[in-house]
Ligand binder design. Structure first.
Ligand code: CP
Length: 309
């Protein structure tokens, strides 16, 4: 079987087929069970963050180092020639990519990773661009769903919170559309899933429902995927209203099935009460750990053509 991910840019989750998604999930599972310390020996990977991150950057850099590769880059684009001297993103990418074997980036503007891929000499992996896409988050989400449910098909998933600006839910809904699942989108009207995503899901014959009352569906769910309302996008009164609309507590989960897992890309503010952390439903910290394995799986496939598939 050919490794179709070799040297591929990973900009949007839509760039990946169902077969590629399943391959990455399966490799993440193998690497979690049996570490692969030398797969990236001799490879240099650039890690360039023009926007803040804790999990994505550190799990990505951990992934490279645990595979035997090395990392160059920066955590704060403000301290670069782009941030201080007016260098363009195109020029920065052109130069940095000549120092590295792959270019991993986060940027606050939608489309920045796609633009970077036009100037990069090496594969570009998008670590989040504005409110658009976060494909590697989706890979770890898929791995976590598979790990906890034993399948990616036949599941009932609710997406809760900021579905309008939350790039993780956009990418995850598009990826899970490859599988035979039922989606519930639970959000206040101001934060509902963008029309372009709903249109795409309709065109792909995905079964989805917009829901106002989370309590009415919790007992059916396998996955409850919660996201943070982004304070910076609203005035304070509106933010206080929106953030208090859906807060997950032990009471929310009282009728949940035993296999229900609560996931969250993190960081959380207060949309999941800390009392939930001690329940068997909480899986968001294991999900964050899975970011290392999913990113190891992706990197090894992008940088090693000859991998046994
Ligand atoms: N989930 C996620 O993208 O977290 P960070 O913003 O901390 O990278």
């Amino acid at each position: 079987m050919t490794n179709t991910l070799f040297q591929k840019d990973i900009i949007s989750i839509s760039d990946l087929s169902r077969q590629e998604l399943e391959l990455i999930v399966s490799r993440a599972q193998s690497i979690k069970q049996q570490p692969q310390p030398n797969l990236l020996a001799g490879k240099v990977v650039a890690s360039c963050f023009f926007e803040a991150s804790t999990r994505t950057r550190l799990s990505f850099e951990t992934a490279v180092q645990r595979l035997g590769g090395s990392v160059i880059g920066f955590a704060d684009g403000a301290n670069t020639s782009l941030g201080q001297k007016g260098e363009t993103l195109a020029d920065s990418v052109s130069v940095i990519s000549s120092y590295s074997d792959a270019f991993f980036m986060r940027h606050p503007k939608e489309g920045a990773a796609r633009l970077a891929s036009e100037y990069s000499k090496v594969p570009v992996i998008n670590g989040g661009d504005g409110s658009n896409q976060h494909p590697t988050q989706t890979l770890l989400d898929l791995f976590t769903i598979f790990e906890t449910q034993g399948t990616l098909d036949g599941l009932k998933l609710a997406f809760v919170g900021d579905l309008k600006y939350g790039r993780t839910v956009h990418s995850l809904a598009q990826a899970m559309a490859h599988f035979d699942c039922q989606f519930y989108f639970v959000a206040p009207e101001a934060l509902t899933m963008p029309d372009y995503i709903l249109r795409e899901l309709s065109e792909r014959s995905v079964n989805f429902t917009l829901v106002d009352d989370l309590d009415s569906i919790v007992s059916e769910l396998d996955i409850l995927y919660v996201t943070r309302v982004q304070r910076e996008r609203f005035d304070e009164t509106e933010y206080q209203y929106l953030k208090s609309k859906y807060v997950i507590t032990n009471d929310t989960l009282k009728d949940a099935k035993a296999n229900l897992k609560v996931l969250h890309p993190l960081p959380r503010v207060d949309e999941i009460d800390v009392e939930v952390d001690a329940t068997p439903h909480a899986y968001y910290f294991q999900q964050a750990e899975n970011g290392v394995y999913a990113r190891q799986a992706l990197l090894s496939l992008v940088l090693r053509e000859e991998l046994e598939l």
